[in-house]
Design a protein around this ligand. Structure first.
Ligand SMILES: Cc1ncc(COP(=O)(O)O)c(C=O)c1O
Length: 342
């Protein structure tokens, strides 16, 4: 039994939502990148496409534009007036919450951990421009700082919400990409693509949401996720399978994800989170020159270096249509400008 598109649509409509993004996002060809690879003697599949979730609009866009429509509505429903977040210097999520809070009239504190002396640029600069209160703290003290802000805000009569404490954050990203699944099914049908499709992106909730949609719709969609941060493949697969069970329950679906529903590659994550290797730099330059498409060194550049690496290694089935998920993350490119100067 497969679940109908109408069922997915009506379940999505039941959820509170706060409009932040320009949807649907385009699905575009990557013909020039395909040709550039062929020119290098690399075997590529017949069709390569990119889902432009970097152009959701608000605050330079990105996949969080989908996730946070549900999260901001959930925060407002809880009656909160202040959001406290803890995240890394490079975090796109930190930027997007700043934008969502401004739109919803919420006060926002970001406890920006690690790299505490790095210049305020990229996402952190944008947080500042959008009125976030920035607290910089080494990772080990991040929680203490957040708790102190919580006490102070409560004492001053406000109702604060510590974002990482709410399990809803773990599922709303999958929910956002269930909707991307609906969009993509229609867009692929318009292009008359009915063979196997492989979605290519990063480990996280977005690609998992897409895969969950496909599994319950009975579509021949496969998915590969490249790792960009520490952690084992098994941990990611287990956490994802667990989260998917919650979404299955919320949406009254039939099949959660099994641990092997997503292929996960760990060879492209570079030296560390926030640090690209030479293959990432090369991939970003190649895609920029071929397509005028801008990727970043922390996230989408790593996914693209994985895709190019797997093409070069002959490990991709030429029958598959590749759909690269451009999940955004552009602002942090500027924190890595030195790596692109000859
Ligand atoms: C640009 C970008 N793409 C992908 C991800 C992967 O995670 P998720 O799908 O859970 O957002 C992140 C995580 O922060 C991200 O910033």
């Amino acid at each position: 039994m497969t679940i109908s598109q109408e069922h997915f649509r009506s379940e999505l409509e039941k959820l509170p939502r706060f409009k932040l993004s320009q949807l649907n996002t385009p699905l575009e060809p990557l013909d020039r990148l395909q040709q550039a690879l062929i020119d290098q003697g690399v075997d590529v599949p017949n069709r390569m496409l990119v889902k432009r979730d970097d152009v959701t609009g608000l605050a330079f866009g990105g996949n969080k534009g989908r996730h946070f429509e549900f999260e901001i509505a959930h925060i407002l429903e809880g009656g909160f007036d202040t959001v406290i977040n803890i995240n890394h210097y490079h975090s796109n999520q930190a930027r997007f919450i700043a934008a969502g809070c401004v739109k919803a009239g919420l006060k926002y504190h970001i406890v920006s951990t690690d790299m505490v002396t790095a210049p305020i640029t990229g996402n952190l600069l944008l947080c500042k421009l959008m009125g976030a209160v920035i607290h910089r703290s080494p990772n080990e003290y991040g929680r203490q700082v957040a708790d102190k802000i919580f006490k102070e805000e409560t004492a001053s009569g406000r109702k604060p919400y510590i974002l990482p404490d709410d399990p809803f954050v773990d599922v709303m990203g999958m929910i956002g990409f269930i909707e991307a699944g609906l969009e993509l099914e229609d867009q692929l049908a318009e292009l008359q693509i009915d063979g196997p499709v492989r979605f290519w992106g990063l480990t996280g909730r977005s690609i998992a949401g897409l895969r969950l949609y496909a599994k319950n719709r009975g579509l021949d969609w496969r998915a590969t996720a490249c790792q960009y941060s520490p952690g084992t493949i098994e941990d990611f697969q287990n956490v994802t399978a667990d989260r998917s069970k919650q979404v299955v329950e919320m949406f009254d679906l039939e099949q959660p994800l099994d641990t092997d529903d997503l292929q996960v590659l760990e060879d492209y994550r570079g030296p560390a989170y926030g640090e690209p290797d030479d293959r990432v730099i090369e991939a970003i330059q190649m895609v920029g020159k071929a397509e005028g498409l801008i990727l970043d060194p922390n996230y989408t550049g790593k996914a693209m270096s994985g895709l190019i690496g797997e093409f070069r290694g002959g490990r991709i089935n030429p029958e598959e249509t590749i759909v690269f998920i451009h999940s955004g993350g552009l602002p942090q490119l500027f924190a890595h400008a030195d790596k692109f100067v000859d």
